[in-house]
Design a protein around this ligand. Sequence first.
Ligand SMILES: Cc1cc2nc3c(=O)[nH]c(=O)nc-3n(C[C@H](O)[C@H](O)[C@H](O)COP(=O)(O)OP(=O)(O)OC[C@H]3O[C@@H](n4cnc5c(N)ncnc54)[C@H](O)[C@@H]3O)c2cc1C
Length: 463
Amino acid sequence: MTEVGVIGGGIAGLTAAIALVKQGYDVTLIHAGIKNTNSYLAQAGIALPILEGDSPNAHVLDTIRAGRYLNDEETVWNVISKSSEAYTFLTSLGLKFEENEVEGGHSFPRVFTIKNETGKPMTKILYVRAKELGVNFVQGIAEALAVRDKKAYGIFLDGELMKFDGTILASGGYTALFKYTAGSELNLGTLIGDAIMKGAPARDLEFVQFHPTGFAGKNGVKLVSEAVRGAGAKLVTEDGERFVNELEPRDVVARAIYRQLQSGKRVFLDATGIDDFKGRFPQIYAFLKKEGINPERDLIPVFPIAHYSIGGVSVDLWYRTPIRNLYAIGEAASNGFHGANRLASNSLLECVISGLEVVRTICRDRPRIRETPELRYSDNELGDIESLRELLWGYAGIVRDGASLEEGLRKLDGIEVDERLKILAMGVLKNALIRKESRGAHFRRDYPYMRKEFERPLFWTGF
Ligand SMILES: Cc1cc2nc3c(=O)[nH]c(=O)nc-3n(C[C@H](O)[C@H](O)[C@H](O)COP(=O)(O)OP(=O)(O)OC[C@H]3O[C@@H](n4cnc5c(N)ncnc54)[C@H](O)[C@@H]3O)c2cc1C
């Protein structure tokens, strides 16, 4: 029987695992804890243009407008036109959506949500069904991809080779490479760096989406969903002044907050005017209460945080990497779906569709490992990750410029950290330096406009 290894227990990995066992594959899923995924944390929901009055065409246009015309149109159509398949897949597993909401950039209330904590029930149900169907779950961290001469043979776990005919990278993005993120701290992108070093280039690494309304308290960094602003919450400075239209795209709002913070002012979200905050946003209410903030009465201090990595391992329309038998899906992958900026709630859609689509690809490709060559494994120390996180936050953050990106690259040299993370961080800085324009999530104060000559993706091979 063909054996497939899936790395990562988020929505992308779980979807692929379920679809694979249904096709008769022997599936092993290596995960670092289902609750340690960004999927589990997803709040608002999944964008599906399937209600009466909506259309894939409208959703495609919204996606490309948000992506500032850098999207790969074929990919956008490929993903969005399969939305009804995503809906059927999820509901046939027993998932029940509650409402449809509109989020920034969407021209229709097409975001399917469950109590504004959509990721939690979605991840749980996928996990339970995958177990029932016989997916073999192995808890642990895959240390490295087993690759030789651009052919994948599986992964290394605890220093031992786990051999797979096909290997699917579903290990999430690299937002934890930035100092502040509400996502899982495990999402460093180590295996993205590993893939780059072993012959699979990355794409669009400079595009990191910053969410405007992060919150940092004694229990860590959390996210106050855009839906709270959608429900009428206002952004104010410590002087009570409003300074931005709260419903502008995320990058615009994030930069407006950043400017206030740079000028020395604190910024707050005023949600006191929202009726029944507790009932509408139970998860957000609960974590704020634990921090001593009652959002129905108090102002919420906020600041922008790293939220979503648009870049990832470059894959084709069918989620193949240039390494034979290695595939990548979800936030770990990049094929131009999001362009320069992700439209809200489009990533869960991408996770489900890429998870379903990659299985069709594997059914066609029929990956097979007959003989295993000698494969080398070297134990990598994580190293000084905190300095790396500080560096990217400071030099490749919300507002960038050529001089500071160059300085960031110089300083990167002196940081002692896993070389795969260094290669990945270098790709973020170098791509940001090459992209002498501002587009979507990438803002350069020395080139504050979009420039036609940069209407193309940038790839990073590690050199
Ligand atoms: C707070 C928050 C709210 C969000 N809300 C929404 C939303 O409402 N709608 C939306 O569309 N998107 C949302 N997003 C984005 C979305 O949740 C993610 O893009 C998506 O869930 C990514 O899924 P994934 O399966 O690709 O990766 P993940 O869910 O991140 O799962 C990958 C897993 O693999 C693990 N892993 C990494 N390396 C290894 C390794 N070497 N070995 C084993 N495991 C490994 C990671 O730790 C992680 O647990 C949100 C993100 C955050 C952080």
